[in-house]
Design a protein around this ligand. Structure first.
Ligand code: ADP
Ligand code: MG
Length: 263
């Protein structure tokens, strides 16, 4: 088992880095209502290859709905979303194919509890991407190595700490070779002492050029790793800029009030 783990070729650890300066995600006038509750109110956002966009804002401001719309887990009421130039709301578009290009990591890890870690990482590769068992296994081991969990391949999720489970969830997403990654409060369910190991994995991904949207309350991460910080309130973006700049000089009163509470 150990020999196989270390035999994973270093190249397999590579992740996709989209070209900088080219739009990866383009959102135009996005509206989303649940019944009479309008949650997204005409949101505009363009994210280019390699950007690490941290999204903050009060509970209920529409952060999760925004991320879920990008991954088509929610159907927008109106507006336009392009992923790498493709209009994903076009009824002709193959939604499943788009989804495999966008990795998503949630607050809850959503691992399959009855499967070991390796199987958690191989099953979608085989069933969705049609990879052979051997190829899926090779990629899985390489991604476990990337998140520092090569020694947990045969463990069951229930025997891992929350931080380890979230790193497995990230590795599982990466094994699908996504073009970009969406993180929705990935450390919010973790005990404080386990937050750092997950943020370290995300920092590593960012350094390798992964295009990322990260909803987080971790302002240190936003400042040090984020290339952009967005503040959402009431279903719109009220602030968008360099994280250090936004944190030091929030221009909007609602941003100032929010930061004064979380910082
Ligand atoms: P955030 O992630 O910023 O806390 P959300 O996007 O989760 O905000 O939620 C924004 C608003 O949308 C909330 O008022 C929430 O109750 C509502 N909402 C989210 N998902 C649903 C849903 N599936 N059905 C009805 N209302 C929803
Ligand atoms: Mg949320």
């Amino acid at each position: 088992e150990e020999a196989r783990v270390s035999a994973a070729p270093a190249g397999a650890r590579r992740i996709k880095a989209l070209p900088p300066g080219v739009p990866a995600i383009e959102i135009r006038d996005l509206h989303k209502s649940f019944g009479t509750n309008e949650v997204l109110k005409g949101l505009n956002l363009t994210i280019e290859g390699g950007e690490v966009v941290c999204v903050v804002g009060p509970s209920g401001s529409g952060k999760s709905t925004l991320l879920r719309s990008v991954n088509l887990l929610e159907a927008p009421t109106s507006g336009r979303i392009r992923i790498e130039g493709v209009d994903i709301l076009d009824p002709e578009v193959d939604v499943d194919r788009i989804r495999t290009r966008i990795g998503m990591v949630f607050q809850q890890f959503n691992l399959f509890p009855h499967m070991d870690v390796l199987r958690n990482l191989t099953i979608a590769q085989e069933r969705v991407l049609g990879r052979s068992r051997e190829e899926a296994r090779r990629v899985a081991l390489a991604m476990l190595e990337r998140v520092g969990l090569s020694d947990k391949a045969t463990a069951h999720p229930g025997h891992l700490s929350g931080g380890q489970q979230q790193r497995v969830a990230i590795a599982r997403s990466l094994a699908m070779n996504p073009d970009m990654m969406l993180f929705d409060e990935p450390t919010s369910a973790l005990d404080p002492e386990l937050v750092g190991e997950v943020l370290a994995v995300m920092r590593d991904l960012a350094a390798d050029g992964m295009t990322m949207m990260v909803v987080t309350h971790e302002m240190g991460f936003a400042r040090e790793v984020g290339s952009r910080l967005i503040f959402m309130d009431g279903g719109v973006i009220v602030e968008d800029g360099d994280p250090r700049e936004v944190l030091a000089h929030p221009s909007h009163p609602r941003t100032q009030a929010f930061f004064s509470k979380v910082l």
